[in-house]
Ligand binder design. Structure first.
Ligand code: SF4
Length: 338
């Protein structure tokens, strides 16, 4: 099954989520671990932002801080125009009904001792959204139908289903209290490629039908190509490149993004992409010094890169890159159209 092209989505133009200079540091034995270190972006209602990077780059922590599952160290979070950086417990409960999460491993994120219907319906019980058992059953069956689960698995247990069906349970559960915004944390990386396509198509259909806004976290750029309007590439807690998706795939400008893209196979017998193999040690995220975090792995690094942290700069309209030498590396491509 192919992943279908992303539709235009609803043209709403209203910013649903804004993250400003968000930081999350953890105290560890050897010092301060900079998990998220000054990330900023906006997501319009009905659109998707892809957050991409290797394991350990801080992308999942970023999602958890936005949902208040981790307390932020600094920075601000706005939802629907309201500053939600610091919220009371009751406001947090209200927010959780608008902001939901779909996890990577559908099996470990759902309770194996509960039936399909009780897993999907649990949020409705917590938020008291049904006035009778009949209404509850009807809503659960409706959600199962929405995500393509047959009604006959209503009383089944998760271990009786395959990975794709278990992820459909996770999606139905996230939709149960009709959120506006869903953080999808590697939702298809544990699934076979053919099932990945089914789940991605389902998520895009749901987005169009319900005007959902997604933050899609993944290590795989080829997955977000199909679902995201914008992409933010993270490296060691910071955003190194941010751009509309098409632009990023046509003109990646940061050396790290180029390496990530070079790893995506081209489905053609006649064309091959030259794979960029990154060498060098990954900088420790603990007690970071003022330098480009990518410098130990970058073939263009100079002395300046090892002692001066580059800023995230807009080098083409809507295209931001964190690199001192982005224009030189890309031979002027970075400054076209300005
Ligand atoms: Fe490479 Fe220097 Fe640019 Fe960092 S600032 S990506 S080390 S050229």
């Amino acid at each position: 099954m192919m992943i279908r092209p992303k539709g235009g989505g609803k043209k709403m133009g209203h910013t649903l989520l804004e993250v400003r200079d968000l930081k999350k540091h953890f105290k560890v034995k050897s010092g301060i671990l900079h998990a998220v270190d000054g990330v900023s972006f906006t997501v319009e209602e009905g659109k998707t932002i892809g957050i991409v990077g290797e394991s350990g780059c801080g992308k999942s922590t970023l999602g958890r801080v936005i949902l208040h599952l981790h307390e932020r160290t600094d920075g601000q979070i706005f939802f629907n125009g309201e500053d939600i950086s610091d919220v009371s417990h009751s406001k947090l409960q209200e927010l959780r009904s608008d902001m939901q999460m779909i996890f990577q491993d559908p099996f470990s994120s759902i309770n194996p001792r509960k039936t399909v219907s009780s897993i999907i319906g649990e949020p409705m019980k917590i938020y008291h959204t049904c006035s009778s058992k009949a209404e509850y059953r009807e809503k659960v069956l409706d959600l199962m139908n929405t995500v393509g689960l047959e009604s006959r698995v209503y009383n089944d247990f998760p271990h009786e289903l395959d990975g794709g069906k278990r992820q459909r349970i996770g999606i139905a559960r996230a939709l149960a209290i009709e959120p506006k915004f869903i953080i999808c944390d590697e939702p298809v990386s544990a699934l076979d490629v053919s099932i990945q396509a089914q789940i991605l198509n389902l998520m895009m259909d749901l987005q169009e039908a319900r005007g959902l806004t997604y933050m899609f976290i993944t290590h795989d750029l080829s997955v977000v190509k199909h679902i995201s309007n914008d992409i933010c590439v993270m490296y060691l807690g910071t955003a190194v490149e941010k751009s509309p998706t098409n632009e990023l795939f046509q003109m990646p400008l940061h050396p790290y993004t180029k390496a990530l893209l070079s790893a995506i196979p081209i489905p053609s017998l006649h064309h091959r992409r030259k794979r960029i193999i990154l060498k060098g040690e990954i900088t420790s995220p603990v007690n970071l010094k003022k330098a480009c975090r990518f410098a130990p792995r970058c073939v263009y690094a100079t002395d300046r890169c090892h002692c001066e942290e580059p800023e995230l700069r807009e080098v083409r309209p809507g295209h931001f890159v964190q690199c001192h030498y982005v224009e030189e590396i890309n031979c002027g491509a970075a400054s076209q159209d300005r």
